[in-house]
Design a protein around this ligand. Structure first.
Ligand code: MV4
Length: 447
């Protein structure tokens, strides 16, 4: 087993990875920018290395600095967390070339899944249902017209290099197609340096359902159920839950089986997430994320499986060590992402935390690097805490979550705690009746 792991990330996820390492008897190396010298992940790690100035480009995205830090400290593996370099195939390759294990999938799997057209083609090959659309990239307006007519309007033009909503444009009918095509291409070029686009049937009000998978890279794989991530605003998720209130037992089994079979067929190694859109009882693959996700704790809460520990074991060459029938999903879990933001305008609210009292009690988990006196720097993502609550069923989970949100005190900065209280008191949310458009109209009205 690894003796020392370098954690190439910051904030709550660096802490989360450190905790798994500690329990496994593995030493940790934190890396940090000058803005994060006082961060909790730096304080808890066995060693720390400053890798650059506040700008992420010069620190958490600085490949030579991070690989050097691993060499100097003698780390035998690097965990990238989420964001930053976690889905950078170049980083994964360089790490491995230096004789250090990258805790995640192969650089080749990162590359294929990062190319949305290639990922979709791979899933078609494996028999995974995908959104009807072009077979591969669409190179001209003329080709776009033919494809869109075949698929039927409305259509969505998407960037091959995309994900996260950039380089995406709807065409409601043929009159909108040329402008939409040109817009998507231009935005894709600017955002990803790649103007390749493809076309899909536009689903109007789907739910965003993702399936957590684990593979050992040797053909064994399991799924750990789904998460419903439909509650998002501007492609930023606010709250996630597992299981999805929208799926019945047979849909759940079907989507899980499709995901675990594909993971096994790919010889995929590590944790991954297959994202689907779910509408009118049918599900369609859209993308695969080759990293540990922000919302992984909801899956941990219903499965009892430590996903970071599994990633580390698998990266060390261990077999999966579980079959699908060993995976027992119990109860219901909800995660609230607590951001240092104004809960009405969503403007970032960095600054000094004057009071910090996280909630506790049965079924309550808080992943956060906050402490009283900590200064939230303005340079990074505004996520400062995740409140994850488990109950024997959705109703118990909601009651417990309401109580935990009431207990949670973060003073000195604005946070989205109060917004979560409003969301979970709304009757549509309580009924589980929401889709990817719901939150935008919820936060848009009455404020
Ligand atoms: C879609 C879609 C509707 N139809 N594809 C947004 C980001 C990218 N990951 C995929 N996205 C979407 N793809 C088709 N064919 C709607 C979205 C979408 C969305 C998806 C999941 C969660 C939130 C979303 C918010 C807006 C649009």
């Amino acid at each position: 087993m690894f003796e020392k792991i370098l954690i190439a990330n910051r904030g709550e996820i660096a802490l989360r990875i450190h905790r798994a390492c500690r329990e496994m008897g593995i030493h940790t190396v934190a890396v940090h920018s000058t803005a994060d010298a006082e961060a909790m992940h730096v304080r808890l790690a066995d060693e720390s290395v400053c890798i650059g100035p506040p700008s992420a480009r010069d620190s958490y995205l600085n490949i030579p600095a991070i690989v050097s830090a691993a060499m100097i400290t003698g780390a035998d593996a690097i965990h990238p967390g989420y964001g930053f370099l976690s889905e950078n195939q170049n980083f994964a390759s360089i790490v491995e070339e230096h004789g250090i294990t990258f805790i995640g999938p192969s650089a080749e799997h990162i590359r294929v899944m990062g190319d949305k057209v290639a990922a979709k083609a791979e899933m078609v090959r494996l028999g995974v249902p995908v959104v009807p659309g072009s077979d591969g990239p669409v190179a001209s307006v003329a080709e776009a017209r033919t494809t869109a007519a075949d698929v039927g309007y409305p259509v969505l033009i998407k960037a091959s290099g995309g994900g996260g909503g950039k380089g995406m444009k709807v065409a409601r009918d043929e009159s909108e197609l040329e402008d939409a095509f040109t817009f998507a291409r231009t935005e894709a070029k600017a955002a990803f340096g790649n103007d390749e686009v493809y076309i899909e049937k536009f689903l109007d009000k789907p739910r965003h359902i993702e399936v957590q998978v684990l593979g050992d890279g040797k053909g064994a794989a399991v799924h750990l159920g789904e998460r419903d991530c439909s509650l998002q605003r501007s492609h930023q998720k606010l709250l996630e839950e597992a299981p999805s209130p929208a799926l019945n037992a047979s849909a759940r089994e079907a989507i899980g089986k499709v995901a675990s079979d594909a993971t096994a067929e790919l010889n995929y190694q590590s944790a991954g997430t297959m994202e689907f859109l779910y509408e009118d009882g049918a599900f369609y693959f859209i993308e695969m994320n080759t990293r540990l996700q922000v919302e992984h704790p909801v899956t941990e809460m219903i499965s009892g499986i430590d996903l970071v520990r599994e990633q580390i074991r698998i990266a060390d060459g261990a077999a999966l060590g579980m079959t699908q029938s060993d995976v027992k999903l119990e109860g219901h879990a909800i995660e609230c992402r607590i951001n240092a933001e104004d809960p009405t305008t969503f403007r970032p609210s960095p600054g000094r935390v004057t009071e910090y009292h996280p909630p506790g009690g049965l079924g309550v988990r808080v992943d956060s690097g906050l402490y009283s006196g900590y200064v939230v720097p303005p340079n990074y993502d505004s996520l400062v805490a995740k409140l994850i609550v488990h109950g024997t069923n959705r109703n118990e989970c909601l009651m417990r979550l309401r109580r935990a949100l009431e207990e949670f005190v973060i003073g000195g900065i604005d946070t989205t705690i109060s917004l979560h209280g409003q969301i979970i008191s709304d009757q549509s949310f309580i009924n589980g009746d929401y889709d990817i458009k719901w939150l935008e109209s919820f936060v848009g009205v009455d404020r």
